[in-house]
Structures are given as C-alpha cells and as structure tokens.
Design a protein around this ligand. Structure first.
Ligand code: ZN
Length: 269
C-alpha cells in the first residue's frame, strides 16, 4: 500500500504535539474563581493545563456559563444532591440546555449521605439519568458515603451508564464494584489510598480534576483550591504509580475521548 506522505506527516504531528492537561471537574462560576478568572486561567495555562470542564449547579450558574466565551471551557449542568441552590425548579432549564446542545454531560448529580432527604435525592437522580439516556449524554457523579446505593441503582436501572465519578476516594471494594460500569474515576486533591490508586491506574480509565475552589490539597495553606493545583494531583499520581507525566497525560486524553466521543483541543494555545 502506498503511504500518503502528507497525511502521515500530519497525523504524526498531531500525535507528537505537546498536549496540555484537562481539569475534568471545576467550578468556574463560583465567585472565588470567577472574581479572578483571567488570572486563574493564565496561572493554570502556565502550569500546563489547557482545558476545563466546569460544573454548573443551579440556574444562576447555568446562565453564567451560557454568557461566557471561554474557548478552553466546556461545561456540564445538573441538579446537585447537596448544593443549597440546586432544586427541582432547575429541571426544565436543564432539559432546555440538552435541547440546545449547550452542555457536554449531565452533572454533577448523585447521592450525598450528609443530607437526610434521600428519597428526593434518588428521585431527582433517576430523572436526570433518564434525561442523560434520552439525550445520549455522559454523566458526572457526585457521591458522598452512598457509593453502594449508587451501584445498586445503576445496576438495576442504568447498567449501560457512561461518564465518570468525580473526586473518587472510596475503598477498594467500591472501586472494584463501580469498575463494572463504563465509568472513569476522576482523581482530585483528596485521592484514594495507595492500593486503590494503583488499581485505578492499572485499570487505565481515569481523569484528573481540581474541583476548584473546593477540595484543596492537604498541605495547601490558601483559603480555597486554585485551578493550577491540578498539577499537584498529577504529580501525586505520578509519584504513586511511577508513571511519567506525559504518559498520564496520554492516558487521560484517551479516557476523555472515550467518554465524550469527541476531541477537545487540548493543545496549548
Ligand atoms: Zn464539584
């Protein structure tokens, strides 16, 4: 077979291009970040982070995201089980965002054991999982102390779910259970124990996130988490796994592409 030199070269250049990291979960609309957005983004870019998946938790934040023109940002929207401004009233606005193709996933949605309104949480979660299925969108999960309940609910109703578990830091037993689904583990500033982390790296389907301004690194003295701290997470995973940063970067890109079925431009621009 004759090789077309031009297209081969082009493909090679694309592969060899230096990719930046993706922050798979952050909150750009939170006033702690949005008040200083330009600086936050430029410090992150300096550190090697070139793309952000921002999470919108209520109608006010849906609007904020719609009004932005940030080329490095994609966003997700969902009714959060614990966030005080999230409510049932956001559901119609969420459908609209799906209709006009503004969001790349439904989330963050899930179950949170810190609240005693478990019945409502389950109802609104099921409604949103239906929505994700109808619009063929991935899901970003927020789970606190309710991983096993989520497992049962997904197994029974949505075994073909795709997406990721944001800020995953649960036990090995839970990691193994949830690995049965097409869900990636998104690793943040509070990563799971070493053996769980090794299991996740071996499985090879993971992302990195800051969840900024939430979840700052343990030894960080700042008031809140910053976007540039994604590299703290990457370094930590690199130390535990012994894998080079560029290997982790390629693994993350692969996971991203398989979840979203699209290619974000991760090149440094
Ligand atoms: Zn979050």
């Amino acid at each position: 077979m004759q090789i077309n030199n031009n297209s081969t070269l082009r493909r090679f250049k694309t592969c060899a291009r230096s990719y930046g990291f993706l922050d798979a979960h952050c909150h750009l609309a939170d006033s702690r970040i949005s008040a200083n957005l330009e600086q936050e983004l430029s410090e992150a870019k300096e550190a090697g982070i070139s793309c952000f998946i921002s999470s919108a938790l209520c109608q006010e934040e849906f609007k904020w995201h719609q009004n932005q023109n940030i080329s490095q940002m994609k966003w997700t929207a969902g009714i959060h089980p614990y966030y005080e401004k999230s409510s049932d009233d956001d559901f119609n606005a969420l459908i609209k965002l799906c209709d006009i193709k503004k969001i790349i996933a439904i989330g963050e949605i899930g179950l949170d054991g810190r609240n005693d309104d478990q019945k409502w949480q389950k109802q609104i979660l099921l409604k949103q999982l239906d929505l994700a299925q109808n619009y063929d969108l991935p899901v970003v999960f927020h789970v606190v102390r309710k991983y096993y309940e989520l497992y049962k609910l997904l197994k029974k109703n949505f075994p073909k779910i795709r997406g990721y578990l944001h800020g995953f830091n649960a036990s090995m037993e839970i990691a193994e259970l949830l690995s049965k689904f097409d869900l990636a583990f998104s690793l943040g500033c509070k990563p799971p124990k070493k053996e769980v982390l090794e299991f996740i790296i071996d499985r090879g389907f993971f992302l990195f996130e800051t969840d900024a301004p939430y979840q700052k690194p343990v030894d960080d003295k700042n008031d809140f988490n910053h976007l540039k701290n994604l590299m703290w997470v990457v370094d930590k995973v690199s130390q535990v796994s012994g894998l080079e940063i560029d290997v982790l970067q390629r693994m993350q890109s692969k996971a991203f592409e398989s979840i979203f079925d699209l290619k974000l431009d991760l090149s440094r621009n």
